[in-house]
Design a protein around this ligand. Structure first.
Ligand code: DAH
Length: 342
């Protein structure tokens, strides 16, 4: 067989191999098999040694030309495979921006927050400023300035968590009253929401941590009628015009006179149900006229000014508002419960 035929044969075999080849690594192997040290074309080149000197130049030309052809074939196939590989990778990595995907999960406002926002919106609508105070509170503000001196029996009712002799976790939001009276001049109209603490049992209606919203109004000629009117306006605004308030005499050291306030049951609208235990009324807050002694201790002249105050239990309101029967649900952080408040 002549050199030309040899080259021809190598080339046809190569073309055949390449036509069914899909893998770049295999392509490089084939390149070695033909052009490598032990390759078929390299062998042909070596065999030139057996030719006569006259035959060699022509044979050399043939082989070189063949080599170029074969190289070109391999290079061409290489680029084609590379291009294909890139194409496949693009397809694999492609993102369909039109495909709907799972939305990120969005948190919800806590029912206490929702109920508080409503109450504060109503109170600010009535002209109250929102003011906050510390949760870790001095005995002086939590008790002393509210007419609860040391050894006063009413302190026992509060199941206080003590931090040290002079410092407590506030047992109510009333200390913000004292702080505000000492730092502002009347007229004062403030609403103070916040967390309070008591060494209490945990059950469906009690928790050692809960929330109150304190209200305080101080001005000239403020009367109990203003207190009643304000609370009526607040709850009618919140729950509807058919809702009424009922005052029952009570005692708090920081108010005189004092009252506990019942609200028309917002669940049965006063007809009587399980929530109001058939009475048609539910207790929601304590209130009264600010005790003149408290005004005096807080630097306000009780001959010039009078005031009223109230303390609403937030959880009570939240539970009524959303028909929640067990207070513990508000603190357990169970997502199945919480995500219903969207
Ligand atoms: N601080 C009282 C409590 O936690 C609630 C309260 C009663 C607040 C009467 C007041 C008030 O402002 O006037 O039990």
């Amino acid at each position: 067989m002549g050199i030309r035929e040899n080259i021809e044969e190598i080339r046809t075999a190569l073309e055949k191999q390449l036509s069914s080849l899909n893998d770049i690594k295999q392509l490089e192997e084939i390149r070695q098999q033909v052009l490598g040290k032990k390759g078929t074309l390299t062998a042909l080149l070596r065999s030139m040694g057996q030719l006569s000197p006259e035959e060699r130049p022509a044979a050399g030309q043939l082989i070189n030309a063949g080599r170029e052809q074969i190289s070109a074939l391999l290079d061409e196939r290489f680029s084609a495979l590379k291009a294909r590989e890139r194409e496949l990778k693009m397809q694999r990595d492609a993102i369909d921006v039109t495909e709907p995907r799972e939305l990120p999960r969005i948190g919800t406002l806590h029912p206490n927050t929702l109920a508080l926002d409503e109450v504060l919106a109503a109170l600010t609508g009535l002209g109250f400023d929102v003011v906050e105070g510390p949760e870790i509170e001095l005995d002086r503000f939590n008790f002393e300035l509210l007419n609860l001196p040391k050894n006063h029996p009413a302190r026992d009712a509060q199941d206080t968590f003590y931090v040290d002799d002079n410092t407590v976790l506030r047992t109510h939001t009333s200390p913000v009253q004292a702080r505000t009276m000492l730092s502002r001049k009347p007229p004062i109209r403030i609403a103070c929401p916040g967390r309070v603490f008591r060494a209490d049992e945990v059950d469906a209606t009690h928790s050692p941590v809960f929330h109150q919203i304190e209200g305080l109004v101080i001005d000239k000629d403020v009367t109990m009628g203003d207190l009643k009117g304000t609370l009526d306006a607040l709850f009618k605004k919140l729950y509807g015009d058919d809702i009424e308030t009922r005052f029952r005499p009570s005692f708090f050291p920081f108010t005189e006179p004092s009252a506990e306030v019942d609200l028309t049951c917002i669940s049965c609208r006063g007809k009587g149900c399980r929530i109001c235990k058939g009475t048609g009324w539910i207790e929601v807050l304590g209130c009264g006229m600010v005790n003149p002694k408290v005004l005096e201790m807080c630097g306000i002249d009780p001959h010039e000014y009078t005031g009223f105050a109230f303390g609403i239990g937030l959880e009570r309101i939240t539970m009524l508002r959303y028909g929640i029967k067990d207070m513990r649900l508000l603190y357990e952080g169970d997502e199945r419960f919480l995500r219903q408040f969207r």
